[in-house]
Write a new protein. Structure first.
Length: 890
């Protein structure tokens, strides 16, 4: 083409392009898609051989994945469904508008559901299966900000009352209200999965889909056609958690998983990718990860243009417009579209010459077209071999018109005036008369009306209402004595760590007839760290395809055994993924009706600190199970240093209302706590989960003192009373590995004439909660005999000063000071950790036996029980440097 003038070259290229496309069309008309694919592959190979470097494309053209000729007709009554959808739209909008009129600033979201109404309604009418479908019942993660629409549908279905709608975001009203977002904690018969901390929903959904496979591969549930649906926002995909594990879903071939991403191209402040295309970016990510990607970009109105687009001009135009511009099209009128979208090429303009500006404005995008959405869902549900993501293009605030359709302020729109309401009503044909519109009244079609009958019939056919949370798992009545009894005896001269003890308990639980199968050990690539490798062989590591290789350590006793019915969830290095498995396992009693008992063991610093928001969501989801913070304690974990040494997690755990946190020192304490936990959570249906720190420091485990059980659970018991009750008196409290330092201090103090009792504090958090519970009762019942907190009952009348030491923040024991009623000093590990050995660390953080003794003597002196000379002498002997650097700030 070298000698051809540029204009001719362009013309020739056009002809050539057309010829090639016609050839392809010809092959396609023969109806053989395989042939077309082979042809294109052959072309690509030839081009590659000729040295052509085709640019890498992870994306497909900016058009619908499902071609019109592949579609099936809509199975429902479009007319009735549109009317129903309009009413849902209206009520969703009205509940937010009214809530904000009543209480300015109460919030709520109109525009998210406005954009996703079709995505939900098609699913409600044709796909979502309810609990009556048994094992086929779907698991649905609703986009949190769309909840007004979900409630509004519940209202039409008759399962949510008008009063409840009025009480949206007023949960504390006497007649009860509706929570802002999906919170199973607040609406336990309705919501199943919390989603509104963005990014957590998609990750939890992936692990949920994987957990369903795990349960069925292990024979705990029947295989089924159940799907896990996760609805999320396009802006939400910027959260690392949202896309962080998509490759796992493909690797595990989770064809029971469907993501629906509502691509309204906007987030809260503005466009998600104003200068790019979020849909193409997501397509590349998901395709690259191995997902089946279905793009739903254009409504049916566009089919005819694409059919006439023989030169590929329209497809090219669609692909070059950036999201910021597409957003603009949603706001501007038809003339603007004609000029700016179609007007770039006369041939494009020609295509729409017969249409008015209003017609142009009326061309819908794919996510608002039920037929496109239906066909996408249908394909997703039928897809096998991997997960599917539907990228549905929608318009944020669809139908709000001037009040905020497609505008940057749309997300914040919560109020509408009479004119706005009228416009919305007219657009969707909602039967509310002019004289009532200003009040934004709710509207429910009469019982027996065609709309009401239709939607009830559809839900009936699909297994009942969704969402609905039910608990079908029967309470366990485990008799676990034989599992735990041996740990009450102590180790008799043998040293062990609480981590080793835990692993031994876990192994015994796994062998237990009643609960063995239900135990789910979860590790994020730390099994060897915690000495759990013996379990690999014993119960196997779960792998959906078994083990297709011979492991390198096959010849050894503890080889790395992967199996299809393996019990351990070895998650690899992902605490976020592991906690998602924990949540799936810990809520299986409601999701699947199976009481699985998860034990998720992790490096304690990478628990609450790293995935704290997931733990919060776990509590909201009413999770049960055990979190084990392994190799915990700022000074007990030697060597690892600043990032690993945890002195924080118990304080963080205190903030989670249903989390019971324990810092046990001895085997019997651990045994009592776990046995009691299983009984309470699974036998008595208490809504709680446990966080237990375990250590790797080895020492002899003593036998359980008589009568200690109750105190272990409540958080405090006397472990070792002073040998003599004479002389100066003190109460020393220790917990976790630091208890041993405290016991040594008890001996050190004898020399200075101090008789100290030693207490083990297994849970400062539980003591704190008990004290506040009692204090509150006293406050509310001023004329009745005051009750006494457990900690006061235990220590209030014990003689002498109190010194409490733990491997965690000083704030742990500090919070109890005012209930103890006597001078108290606390020692703890505030500050950054160091790479060192235990001895040096405990000296640095001032939590060893010498500091416990020094703190006791100093307090006795301040209280006037001990002379300055004795303290001075003791400080010398104990080698206490008063000018030592403060570890809290060093
Ligand atoms: C972790 C987290 N960060 C921030 C927010 C606040 N927030 C709520 S909605 C929203 C924008 C959502 O945009 P998108 O995901 O695109 O959803 P859309 O409403 O557009 O469907 C933000 C930032 C949140 N809920 N969670
Ligand atoms: Mg968005």
């Amino acid at each position: 083409m070298k000698n051809i003038a540029p204009a001719d070259a362009a013309a020739l290229e056009t002809i050539e392009t057309r010829e090639w496309l016609e050839s392809l069309d010809y092959v396609l008309r023969q109806g053989d898609k395989g042939r077309a694919i082979r042809l294109l592959e052959a072309l690509r190979a030839r081009a590659r051989l000729a040295g052509l470097r085709l640019p890498y494309v992870a994306t497909t053209p900016y058009i619908n994945t499902i071609a019109p000729q592949e579609q099936v007709p809509y199975p429902g009554d479009r007319d009735i469904e549109r009317r129903i959808k309009s009413l849902v739209r209206w009520n969703a909008l009205a509940m937010v508008v009214r809530a904000n009129r009543e209480s300015d600033g109460i919030g709520g979201h109109i525009s998210t559901y406005a954009s996703s109404a079709t995505l939900y309604e098609v699913a409600f009418n044709h796909f979502f299966r309810g609990k009556d479908a048994g094992r086929d019942a779907d698991i649905i993660y609703f986009q949190g900000h769309a909840s007004p629409g979900i409630y509004a549908r519940g209202f039409l279905e008759g399962r949510i009352s008008e009063e409840q709608l009025r009480n949206f975001r007023h949960e504390l009203r006497p007649s009860g209200g509706l929570s802002s977002y999906p919170h199973p904690w607040l609406m336990p018969d309705y919501w199943e999965f919390p989603t509104v901390s963005m990014g957590l929903g998609p990750l939890m959904a992936i692990y949920q889909a994987r957990y369903a496979r795990y349960l069925s591969n292990r024979g705990l549930i029947e295989p089924a056609n159940q799907k896990v649906w996760a609805f999320l926002g396009d802006g939400e995909t910027d959260e690392p958690e949202a896309l962080g594990s998509i490759s796992l879903a493909a690797r595990e071939k989770l064809d029971n998983l469907i993501f629906v991403i509502n691509c309204n191209l906007q987030r809260l402040d503005g466009p998600v990718r104003g200068n790019g295309q979020i849909i193409q970016e997501l397509e590349a990510n998901f395709r690259g990860a191995g997902w089946n990607v279905i793009k739903v970009l254009w409504g049916s109105d566009w089919d005819e243009f694409l059919a006439r687009d023989t030169d590929g001009l329209l497809v090219k135009r669609m692909a070059e417009v950036v999201d910021g511009e597409y957003q603009r099209y949603a706001v501007e009128d038809g003339a603007y579209l004609r000029k700016h979208f179609w007007g770039v090429d006369p041939r494009l303009l020609d295509m729409v010459r017969h249409l008015s500006d209003d017609d142009l404005k009326g061309l819908r995008v794919g996510g608002h077209d039920p037929i496109k959405v239906y066909n996408a869902y249908r394909a997703a549900v039928a897809h096998t071999g991997g997960p599917t993501v539907i990228l549905a293009r929608t318009i944020k605030g669809y139908g709000l018109g001037e009040a905020g359709e497609g505008k940057n302020i749309t997300h914040q729109q919560k109020k509408m005036n009479e004119t706005d309401l009228k416009t919305f009503r007219d657009r969707f044909g909602v039967p509310i008369p002019d004289d009532r519109i200003a009040d934004a009244p709710f509207y429910r079609p009469a019982e027996g009306s065609s709309e009401s009958q239709y939607l009830l019939e559809r839900r009936h056919a699909l297994g009942g209402f969704v969402p609905r949370r039910v608990v079908t798992a029967p309470a366990l009545k485990p008799a676990l004595g034989d599992v735990f009894d041996e740990f009450h005896k102590g180790t008799e001269n043998r040293k062990a760590s609480t981590t080793m003890v835990f692993v031994k308990m876990l192994a015994k639980m796994l062998r237990n007839e009643e609960i063995g199968k239900l135990v789910v050990p979860i590790v994020p690539d730390e099994a060897r760290t915690f000495g759990m490798e013996s379990l690999f062989r014993a119960v196997g590591i779960y792998s959906s395809i078994g083990q297709v290789y011979e492991p390198v350590d096959m010849a050894t006793l503890l080889y790395y055994k992967e199996a299809k019915d393996g019990q351990i969830l070895e998650e690899g290095i992902t605490e976020a993924g592991s906690i998602s498995s924990f949540i799936a396992a810990g809520t299986a009693y409601s999701t699947y009706g199976v009481n699985t008992i998860p034990f998720f063991i992790f490096y304690s610093m990478f628990g609450f600190q790293r995935v704290g928001d997931f733990i919060w969501a776990a509590a909201d989801a009413r999770v049960r199970g055990f979190l084990l913070g392994g190799t915990a304690g700022r000074t007990t974990l030697a060597g690892e240093g600043l990032q690993h040494q945890d002195g924080n997690s118990h304080t963080l755990a205190l903030s989670v209302p249903t989390c019971r946190a324990y810092d046990p020192a001895y085997a019997y304490e651990l045994a009592v706590i776990i046995e009691d936990g299983i009984r309470r959570m699974y036998g008595e249906n208490e809504q709680a989960f446990y966080y237990i720190t375990v250590m790797n420091e080895q020492y002899e485990m003593p036998p359980m003192p008589e009568g200690a059980r109750d105190g272990i659970i409540k958080g405090l018991y006397q472990f070792k009373p002073a040998a003599s009750k004479t002389g100066k008196r003190a109460q020393l409290i220790g917990s976790g590995a630091i208890l041993n330092e405290v016991i040594k201090a008890q001996t050190l103090l004898i020399k200075y004439g101090v008789s100290a009792d030693v207490w083990s504090a297994t849970s400062y958090n539980e003591l704190y909660r008990d004290a506040h519970r009692v204090e509150r009762w006293n406050l509310l019942h001023p004329t009745e005999k005051p009750r006494v907190p457990y900690v006061t009952e235990s220590l209030g009348s014990a003689p002498g000063v109190v010194v409490a030491a733990s491997d965690y923040l000083k704030s742990q024991p500090d919070v109890l000071a005012r209930w103890i009623g006597k001078p108290m000093v606390t020692l703890g590990t505030d500050g950054f950790g160091r790479s060192e050995d235990r001895g040096a660390l405990r000296n640095f953080f001032e939590v060893n036996d010498r500091y416990v003794a020094a703190a006791t003597l100093a307090t006795l002196h301040r209280e006037g029980h001990l002379g300055a000379d004795v303290v001075g002498q003791a400080f010398k002997e104990l080698e206490i440097d008063p000018e030592k650097v403060n570890p809290a700030h060093a």
